[in-house]
Design a protein around this ligand. Sequence first.
Ligand code: PMP
Length: 361
Amino acid sequence: MSNVFNFSAGPAMLPAEVMQQAQAEFLNWRDSGCSVMEVSHRGKDFIEVAATAEQDLRDLLNVPENYKVLFAHGGGRGQFASVPLNISTSSDTSLHMVTGSWSKGAVAEAAKYNNAKVIGETIEVDGLQAVAKVTEADVDQSAAYLHFCPNETVDGVAFDWLPESGNVPLVSDMSSCILSKPLDVSAHGIIYAGAQKNIGPSGLSVLIVRDDLIGKARKETPSIFDYELMAKHDSMYNTPPTFSWYLAGLVFKWLKSNGGLTAMQQRNEAKAALLYGAIDGSDFYSNPVHPDNRSIMNVPFHLADDSLNQKFLEQSDAAGLKALKGHRSVGGMRASIYNAMSVEGVAALVEFMKQFEKENG
Ligand code: PMP
């Protein structure tokens, strides 16, 4: 294992044990003489991999019987478009909480297909970004769905409560927080996530869809995005991203053998507390998000003097702390500390930050 700690927002680091297993069986998978990426998705062995991955994900998230788990193409953005096509007509209203750049992207895409309305935006509390609660009074009960993103990858804004939507189905973009802690699937209509943070390599997205929201797709919906067809064909209506699906399966096994989502939550909260503690304990670093809405997955921070950004990035990279540059739309730094990031990795970053402050503060 190397001494590099990779803080990339996605594609992001994966557990070393998973990568080692994939490497060990890369050329000769299950004594077949082939790689898993070279075999048919319709073969018995791959179907077994696919079914096991689904069952392990169901176990981890406690997915109720009346939900389908789908493995899809299209990433997060693909799902931005698939949701309105599957569960709204062009004259329906969809409601959107906009708490950062990804939920903003989702509403822009939905607006192509239905009457998309923003019902809650990030607010400022004590000069910091915060999220106001959404209650039933804010929710038009005739809307087709309410979309939100509980963890904004770019902005580091998160909230751990659910919008109170009455009978309007909740649709949640969990691309950057799924599997980081236990989750009440039954409170949602649809959960979706691009794989490339906590699930596996890019090219795959995972959907969890309540049965009553399946079978309502518009007739012009591309077949490969139609939930009903996807479900009917066990997510193999067309050729799925087999290698990503296989690797996701290894990640699910890794999660199970490392204490499941309760253990992940404890570890993720400890990592986040360490990093936010270092930021809050210094005048040199700052985080723009209200303490109630700080992400435990993506931690943006700024240096007091922006002209030091380049130096910080060069020196941190040389110290083996990779990919700390903040998203171009917000600048500064961002440390993504998904499930695969160790406490040691965050401790190494905190040490580096203290040393950098000492030398440049
Ligand atoms: N939603 C969220 C919360 C994301 O973080 C991302 C990607 N970083 C997306 C959607 C878009 O995902 P993709 O690039 O897979 O389309």
